[in-house]
Ligand binder design. Structure first.
Ligand code: NAP
Ligand code: MG
Length: 402
């Protein structure tokens, strides 16, 4: 069979530890035999980030802007323990943070459902995608402790130097305050990313804030979403047969639990942080979740939601067998290949991505799975396999589908 051709290269961001091992295996076993794979390769492994003073991360993000689609392996965010381990010049920043800042995107996380693994919420028969706003609020806060007898005020100085003031509280006892902010531009980008993604996957959007209590702050989020929707998306949503639904955050939480899933839940930064962990846990595992960063101008970066699985890597280095789940990394590749196929009008590449995903799900539903899923699956004929054998089992099924 002739290899599937590509037009534009994918931006390939290699990473660290166990996921770096899996990265190469996925390419060798499941991609290179079938695709004339075109990538522009950036090594975001910590060794090379350190060698380049982290310039490689910036370069890879700029390449993503240029080409439009990237696929990223999980990477180490260094902490104190990594300094001697990798002999680092500096405690380099989180690559995901750097890339997100350059692309100004929203992260969409969707669980991958398979038979045999039932969500803790049994009504959730379809995936819920969480879209988390990644700028501001409590993540860029300013805080102070307030001793008894102090007065806290909010002061805003306009461009001409005029002040407006509001008293926050006169403290009769000790207390605390915090200042948070957001930017209309960032909220608008968030809204556009969410609406574009919804049109891409043809699913409804739910958005919620606490605008009844926070009449200016949260209400601004509600208003900007409504304006952007009315102006640029209403007609497109009608044509696609999907809806935008706004409600209060407490009402949203209650409805989410009662729902069957199958929609995008857009969350403010803090809500998204908390709710994405709840949703991921309820559906089973971070290794069974897709994650994609979408910028407001339509640039896509696909990744796995989990980390570099350090504990498994150390076992691997000792020569012990590992059973690490490669599904999230595999789906990062299929997501990126499919998107490249759509942008370049390559139906063969799109079909390949679909079939590879199908083969992966079939493998697990046939009872062949890695240790993490083996613990969760209710299938009777289930069998635990090692990291590599799982990929060979997928390849067997892929060959039949091709
Ligand atoms: P982790 O890689 O998410 O793994 C934590 C634990 O979760 C593992 O030890 C394993 O549990 C389980 N697990 C996660 N992914 C799995 C998979 N694919 N298959 C099977 N089990 C899986 O977090 P970590 O080991 O604490 O962090 C390692 C590094 O990842 C850190 O340096 C952190 O900075 C980085 N990180 C990167 C990203 C990213 O680039 N997207 C995200 C988060 C963390 P058992 O040990 O019980 O088997
Ligand atoms: Mg969290």
């Amino acid at each position: 069979m002739a290899k599937i051709q590509m037009k534009t290269p994918l931006v390939e961001m290699d990473g660290d530890e166990m996921t770096r091992i899996i990265w190469k295996e996925i390419k060798d076993i499941l991609l290179l035999p079938y695709i004339d794979l075109k990538t522009e390769y950036y090594d975001l492994g910590l060794v090379h980030r350190n060698e380049t003073d982290d310039q490689v991360t910036v370069d890879s993000a700029n390449a993503t802007k240029k080409y439009g689609v990237a696929v990223k392996c999980a990477t180490i965010t260094p902490n104190a323990a990594r300094m001697p381990e990798y002999n680092l010049k500096e405690m380099w920043k989180s690559p995901n943070g750097t890339i997100r800042a350059i692309l100004d995107g929203t992260v969409f996380r969707t669980p991958i459902l398979v038979k045999g693994i039932t969500p803790y919420i049994p009504t959730w028969t379809k995936p819920i995608t969480i879209a988390r706003h990644a700028y501001g609020d409590v993540y860029k806060n300013v805080e102070m402790k307030c001793p008894a007898g102090s007065r806290a005020e909010l002061v805003l100085t306009d461009k001409d130097g005029n002040e407006s003031r509001e008293t926050i509280y006169n403290f009769e006892c000790d207390g605390v305050i915090q200042g948070v902010h957001n930017k209309s531009k960032s909220i608008e980008s968030f809204a556009r990313s969410v609406f574009n993604f919804a049109l891409d996957v043809k699913q409804d959007v739910w958005f919620a804030t606490k605008d009844t209590i926070s009449k200016k702050y949260d209400h601004t989020f509600k208003d900007i979403f409504a304006e952007v929707f009315e102006k640029d998306y209403k007609a497109k949503f009608e044509a696609a047969g999907i809806e935008y639904f706004y409600t209060l955050i407490d009402d949203a939480v209650a409805r989410v639990i009662r729902s069957n899933g199958g929609y995008i839940w857009a969350c403010k930064n803090y809500d998204g942080d908390v709710m994405s962990d709840m949703v991921a846990t309820a559906y089973g595992s971070l290794a069974m979740m897709t994650s994609v960063l979408v910028s407001p101008d339509g640039v896509y970066e696909y990744e796995a939601a989990h980390g570099t699985v350090q504990r498994h890597y150390y076992k691997h280095l000792k020569g012990e067998e590992t059973s690490t789940n490669s599904v999230a990394t595999l789906f990062a590749w299929t997501g990126a290949l499919r998107k490249r196929g759509e942008l370049d009008q390559l139906p063969e590449l799109i079909a390949f991505a679909d079939k590879l995903e199908k083969a992966t799900i079939q493998t697990i539903e046939d009872g062949v799975m890695t240790g993490d899923l083996y613990l969760l699956s209710k299938l009777e004929n289930k069998k635990k396999v090692n990291t590599e054998d799982f990929l060979y089992a997928v390849d067997e099924r892929l060959k039949k589908l091709l």
